[in-house]
Design a protein around this ligand. Structure first.
Ligand SMILES: Nc1ncnc2c1ncn2[C@@H]1O[C@H](COP(=O)(O)OP(=O)(O)OP(=O)(O)O)[C@@H](O)[C@H]1O
Length: 328
C-alpha cells in the first residue's frame, strides 16, 4: 500500500488549497485528529500537516469488517509517514448492534484519549456532502426542531469538536487528494444500501438532483447555514431558562410557539434525554396546554414528563412502568 507522500508539492488548484488551508489554519495548534483511513480524514490530516500543525492521530478499530485491522495498520503507517504521534484502540467485541452504538463507542474512545493525552480539541473530517446527508436524515427521523445538519464547532463528551471541512464538497476533497497524490482506504460498507445514510447518499440525493434541481445539494447546504445561524439566535433566547430544573407552565404558555419548541428541546437535552425528537417536544407542549396537573407522558430514551399544577418535571421511567405517549 502506497502511503501519502511527505509534505511537498504537487499542489491542488490554488483556490481549493486556499479554501482548505484557511479553515484548517484557524484550529488550535495542540490538536487530536480522528482518522478512519478513508478519503476525508486522509485529506484533513494532510491539510493539517501542510498548514504546519502536528496533531495526534486517533484511530478506533471497530472490528466489524474483515479489513478493519488493515485500516488500523494503514492509519498507523500514515501517521508514521508524517512523523506524528498515533493512538489506536480496538472495540472490545465485533458485535455491531447499530451505527449509533458504534459511534458511541468511538466517541468514548476519543474522550478517553483526550483525557489521557491532556488535549480536548478534536478535528473531524465531516464535509459538505455529509452535512446535506445529515440534514436529510434528521428530517426523515423526525428531529424537526433541530434539523440543521452539524455545526463547525461543538462541545460533546468533554471534547471540543472541530469540523473544518464542513463546507468543502466531496468532489473537492477528491480533487485535493488526487493533486496531492494521497492514498486512502475504501470502506465498502459505504456502498451498502441497507444503511439509511447510504440510501440517502446513493439514491435520495441523486434522485433530487436528477428529477428536481441539479442544484438541490447546494440549496440544502445553504439551508443548513441559515438554520444553524437561526438556531444559535433562538438558543441564546432560551439558554438560561433551559437550565432550570422544572418548566414553568405559565411562562411556557406565554412564549411564542417557536420559542416554546426551542426551549423545551434544549431543556430536554440538558437533562440527558437522548436524540430529542419533535414528538417529544410536542408531548411536553401538550402537557403544558392541559388546564390541570396530574398527567404524564412517555418520551424517547426511557424518560417521562410529569405535569404538576404549575410546572413540568422529568424523570426516568422505572422498569416496566406503564405510561402513555401522546401518540397512543
Ligand atoms: N474509526 C475511526 N477512527 C477515528 N476517527 C474516525 C473513525 N471513523 C470516523 N472517524 C472520524 O469521524 C469523521 C466522521 O466519520 P463518519 O462520517 O463515518 O461518522 P458517522 O458514523 O457518520 O458519525 P458522526 O458523524 O456522528 O461522527 C471522520 O471524517 C473521521 O474524522
Amino acid at each position: 500500500m502506497l502511503l501519502a507522500k511527505a509534505v511537498q508539492p504537487p499542489a491542488p488548484p490554488s483556490h481549493l488549497l486556499h479554501a482548505i488551508l484557511s479553515v484548517v489554519e484557524e484550529l488550535p495548534s495542540r490538536l487530536l485528529v480522528g482518522v478512519s483511513g478513508g478519503l476525508d480524514s486522509c485529506v484533513l490530516l494532510d491539510a493539517l500537516v501542510l498548514s504546519g500543525k502536528r496533531p495526534i492521530v486517533l484511530h478506533f478499530d471497530h472490528g466489524w469488517r474483515p479489513e478493519s485491522g488493515e485500516d488500523a495498520a494503514f492509519v498507523g503507517r500514515l501517521a508514521a509517514s508524517y512523523g506524528l504521534p498515533y493512538r489506536q484502540e480496538k472495540a472490545p467485541s465485533a458485535a455491531r448492534d447499530s451505527e449509533a452504538a458504534a459511534r458511541r463507542e468511538r466517541y468514548d474512545f476519543f474522550a478517553r484519549a483526550s483525557r489521557s493525552l491532556g488535549c480536548c480539541d478534536l478535528a473531524l473530517a465531516h464535509h459538505a456532502d455529509d452535512q446535506v446527508e445529515t440534514l436529510l436524515l434528521q428530517l426523515l427521523r423526525g428531529g424537526g426542531t433541530h434539523a440543521r445538519g452539524m455545526r463547525e464547532f461543538e462541545l460533546r463528551n468533554g471534547l471540543r469538536l472541530h469540523r473544518p471541512l464542513l463546507w468543502i464538497e466531496r468532489k473537492e476533497m477528491r480533487e485535493y487528494a488526487k493533486a496531492r497524490n494521497l492514498s486512502w482506504r475504501e470502506d465498502r460498507s459505504n456502498q451498502d444500501c441497507r444503511y439509511l445514510r447510504n440510501r440517502v447518499r446513493h439514491e435520495l440525493i441523486p434522485f433530487l438532483e436528477e428529477r428536481f434541481s441539479r442544484h438541490a445539494r447546494r440549496a440544502l447546504l445553504r439551508f443548513c447555514r441559515v438554520r444553524i445561524d437561526e438556531e444559535e439566535w433562538m438558543t441564546g433566547l432560551v439558554r438560561q431558562r433551559a437550565e432550570e430544573e422544572g418548566l414553568s407552565v405559565v411562562e411556557l404558555r406565554n412564549a411564542p410557539v417557536a420559542e416554546q419548541r426551542r426551549w423545551i428541546h434544549l431543556w430536554l437535552r440538558r437533562r440527558g434525554v437522548p436524540d430529542v425528537s419533535l414528538a417529544d417536544v410536542e408531548s411536553v407542549r401538550w402537557l403544558a396546554s392541559e388546564p390541570r396537573g396530574g398527567k404524564q407522558l412517555s418520551l424517547g430514551g426511557g424518560w417521562k414528563a410529569i405535569r404538576s399544577d404549575g410546572a413540568i418535571s422529568l424523570r426516568r421511567k422505572e422498569e416496566g412502568e406503564p405510561c402513555v405517549s401522546i401518540n397512543s
